[in-house]
Design a protein around this ligand. Structure first.
Ligand code: E4P
Length: 220
């Protein structure tokens, strides 16, 4: 399973990259707004900076909701850097745009996926990645992880090559569940990635090893 970080914060992207396990970045307009990025030129510059840090698989979302606008914005984003993946929402015009981008060889990430039917359409349209939002489903008392399992099964049976990119991750447990369910990629906050590092028995065991090492060296 590939690990992406779900942020537009350059420090967090750099920290995740320094772990050596980072395969990409996802952003969305809310994450860009959180960083205080204003105006088209600043947004484009910020994407360029992210691409320079991570070097691969950077999802950048179109804002337009009409087909022509999505194409125009998507082409401009794709021209920024070879790492860019054009993020397109699951709408009627979005599906049309995915089909066109796919024909043109432009990589895409179909976002805001909440059902297996939407996942089917995105795969038919040739999306490179599909982003089911599991945390937002959990938030409304619907098991997000079950949607991942269902899509994994459908894509396997049908032979679709669209990669399942589990998004809206809220915890380290979500990451493990996504791996179990067969997601191709998981995009998560830095805290959820770092949460995978910890176990009290690891800390306890390491403290014991270091203490024994110190005792033996003190004895000799
Ligand atoms: C990623 O592509 C999504 O935009 C993101 O994971 C949404 O997460 P949220 O539900 O925490 O906003």
């Amino acid at each position: 399973m590939e690990f992406f970080i779900d942020t537009a914060n350059l420090d967090q992207i750099t920290q995740a990259r320094s772990l050596g396990i980072l395969d990409g970045v996802t952003t969305n307009p809310s994450l860009m707004a959180k960083e205080g990025i204003k105006g088209n030129a600043a947004v484009m510059e910020h994407y360029r900076n992210i691409c320079q840090i991570v070097g691969q698989n950077v999802s950048a979302e179109v804002i337009a909701t009409d087909y022509e606008g999505m194409l125009r914005e998507g082409l401009a984003l794709a021209a920024l850097h070879p790492a860019i993946v054009v993020k397109v929402p699951m709408t009627r015009d979005g599906v049309r745009a995915l089909t066109t981008f796919s024909r043109e060889g432009i990589r895409t990430n179909c976002t805001l996926i909440f059902s297996a039917g939407q996942a089917l359409l995105a795969a038919k349209a040739g999306a490179t990645y599909l982003s089911p939002f599991i945390g937002r489903l959990d938030d409304i008392n619907s098991a997000g992880i079950e949607l991942i399992s269902q899509i994994v099964q459908i894509y396997r049976v049908q032979g679709y090559t669209t990669k399942i990119l589990a998004a809206s991750i809220r915890s380290s447990l979500h990451i493990v569940q996504c791996a179990e369910a067969g997601a191709d990629v998981v995009t998560c906050p830095l805290s959820a990635i770092e949460g995978l590092l910890h176990h009290p028995l690891t800390n306890q065991g390491l403290a014991q090893f270091l203490a024994d090492h110190a005792r033996i060296n003190a004895d000799s």
